[in-house]
Design a protein around this ligand. Structure first.
Ligand code: FEO
Length: 397
């Protein structure tokens, strides 16, 4: 694939990673692959904004060479040091040893710790501007969106925002722009990205968007570092981020469960019946065989979260334990939850899960529902009623 023109003298020179199926060390499933977006600005100072994953450095360099000799790059902007964007920076600096690098103070520290090299580095802060010639780049620090080093770059002459991970999606396509792909897929991938990576930083994101709105800067295009570029309606991405950052939820319940001998699964299925008969939307996931990132994406707009788990060695089964550890780290706010499951001669799992809910900030809506060994007809009826009563609480009744 060739470089792609965004507007006069500004090009996408990134790389498509069609085959990646897990990201962040297997914490995020990427069934649609991803892209590493890097941008080249031609001006008196030839400027590269962000790099790509190291394995794709040559692919990106080839695109740059279609436009200018790689060695002519004067400025390298590092909005974020995570290796999917900075991996190609050491190779870039080998070709362009005189290039000046710009980033936050945390970026400088992080780059040095990651690559153990010294560059001609200029630390920038919010409000700092550099002239590229006809154009300017200004910088907006964006700590914890989603790393301490994160930063947005903005070109006022092009009305172009380059926010790195923010507004991105893990979505590899031959198309580069929002008007070229189905909107539901684009928003679905953007929401999954937000849920799995940015959810814990919702309050920070909301404050940052408000800060940028107060700057009154016109934005014609948002070019993130993953996936599709927002040119048709960049405000659609901003509005979605505002909505998601407010932790708004639907009358919807997601049940995640793990079962040893099928008893907890029987309970889960009766609970689902009770919820459905109450007119509340519900999804049921068997954690060991489901895509964790998809469960999280589904929980992202659900008011109710239910966890079902058998007790094993007086505690949570291992797949569920891993799932809950991840969920806890996302700090889900404004959700209610409850817990059910089967045990043998001794329990333990349900209390551990309730404790995790409390730690994560999920409000426990009703007492745990526990069964010894396998549920009988009477217990299955109780499961049905348990689902119904939780559905009523989700509906706020
Ligand atoms: Fe896409 Fe935080 O790296």
């Amino acid at each position: 694939m060739s470089a792609v023109k965004l507007m006069d003298d500004i090009y996408w020179v990134g790389a498509l990673d069609w085959n990646i199926r897990s990201f962040h060390g297997y914490t995020y499933s990427t069934p649609r692959g991803t892209t590493y977006n890097s941008y080249l600005i031609l001006d008196e100072k030839v400027t590269l904004v962000d790099g790509v994953h190291a394995a794709f450095a040559e692919e990106s360099f080839e695109k740059i060479r279609q436009i200018v000799p790689l060695e002519t790059i004067d400025y390298v902007i590092v909005n974020h040091i995570e290796p999917d964007h900075s991996g190609s920076i050491p190779a870039t600096m080998k070709y362009c040893p005189k290039a000046k690098v710009f980033g936050t103070a945390k970026c400088k520290e992080g780059l040095e710790n990651e690559y153990h090299q010294q560059y001609d580095f200029q630390v920038v802060k919010t409000g700092d501007k550099i002239s590229l010639g006809k154009r300017t780049l200004s910088f907006i620090e964006a700590p914890m969106i989603h790393w301490p080093d994160s930063m947005f770059s903005y070109c006022p002459e092009a009305q172009l925002l380059l926010p790195n991970d923010a507004f991105g999606q893990h979505y590899a396509t031959s198309e580069r722009f929002d008007d070229e792909v189905p909107e539901f897929l684009l928003l679905d991938e953007a929401a999954k990205y937000y849920a799995n990576i940015l959810w814990p930083f919702a309050a920070v994101i909301l404050r940052k968007i408000e800060e940028i709105q107060k700057m009154n800067i016109p934005i014609k295009m948002i070019a993130p570092s993953h996936g599709i570029i927002w040119r048709q309606d960049p405000m659609k991405a901003v509005e979605a981020y505002v909505r998601w950052s407010k932790n708004t939820t639907q009358n919807k319940i997601v049940i995640a469960y793990e079962t040893m001998w099928g008893a907890t699964e029987k309970m889960a299925k009766q609970i689902v019946e009770g919820i459905m008969d109450s007119g509340v939307s519900v999804k049921l996931y068997h954690v060991p065989t489901s895509d964790r990132s998809q469960i999280i994406a589904d929980m992202f707009d659900a008011k109710g979260i239910m966890i079902g788990c058998s007790t094993h060695d007086n505690d949570i089964l291992p797949n569920m334990a891993g799932f809950l550890e991840f969920l806890k780290g996302l700090k889900p706010k404004n959700r209610i939850g409850c817990v059910f499951g089967s045990q043998g001669w001794a329990g333990g799992a349900l209390k551990s899960i309730s404790d995790i809910f409390t730690e994560a900030g999920v409000m426990i809506a009703q007492p745990e529902l526990s069964v010894k060994y396998s549920p009988d007809e009477a217990m299955l009826k109780r499961c049905y009623e348990y689902g119904k009563s939780f559905a009523q609480q989700v509906k706020g009744k």
